[in-house]
Write a protein that binds this ligand. Structure first.
Ligand code: HEC
Length: 163
């Protein structure tokens, strides 16, 4: 996408008529510096997205659904799914990315249980989702990162129960 933008910009600048040699050289220099900026632009790493998005939403999803707060649970699940999609987009070339899609069927099954407002189905599907997290960690050499169904009262600053 970004490469296409630069390419389009280059065509536009270089194709514009009546460019002096100096303008032409300046335009090429601008394109070069844009390329350098893009190459060093920050994109979050695998661990960042796992920790700052996926781990959080996995936990919040549990607390929201456990309180039958279906809308909040769907909100968390969508954000969790976006985390996986973003990782695929940002880190598609990383060899570990080929395992990302394995989460989608279990996330979809959780989504169905939320739409049906079925707490007991949710708990079963959530367990499968959690096992899938760990299956991927084992496949990618991170067997020591073990995800479990949350226990205790975390996120004590957010209301999960709608009165
Ligand atoms: C591609 C398959 C894959 C799937 C599916 C997956 N993970 Fe991960 N996860 C990884 C990899 C790879 C790492 C190590 C990333 C790194 O540190 O570079 C990781 C790291 C983590 C970490 C540690 C982050 C840290 O602090 O460094 C947590 C927490 C985590 N994953 C949570 C989850 C949860 C929760 C799920 C399921 C909802 C999940 N992961 C599903 C591949 C996956």
């Amino acid at each position: 996408m970004e490469k296409r933008l630069i390419f389009g910009f280059a065509i536009y600048v270089l194709g514009a008529c009546n460019l002096t040699d100096k303008q032409h050289t300046d335009a090429l220099a601008t394109i070069d510096s844009l390329k350098t900026n893009l190459a060093s632009a920050y994109t979050p790493g695998f661990g960042d997205v796992m920790r700052n998005n996926i781990q959080i939403e996995h936990e919040k999803l549990w607390y929201a659904a456990s309180e039958s707060n279906w809308l909040l649970a769907e909100h968390s699940l969508e954000s969790l799914e976006s985390g996986f999609k973003n990782l695929k987009h940002w880190k598609g070339d990383d060899p570990r990315a080929k395992f990302l899609d394995m989460i989608m069927p279990s996330a979809e099954a959780v989504s169905v249980s939320l739409k049906q407002k079925d707490l007991s189905a949710f708990k079963k599907k959530y367990a499968v989702l959690t096992n899938t997290c760990n299956a991927c960690h084992r496949s990618t050499g991170y067997q020591y990162i073990v995800i479990k169904v949350p226990t205790g009262d975390h996120y004590g600053n957010q209301e999960f129960k709608i009165k």
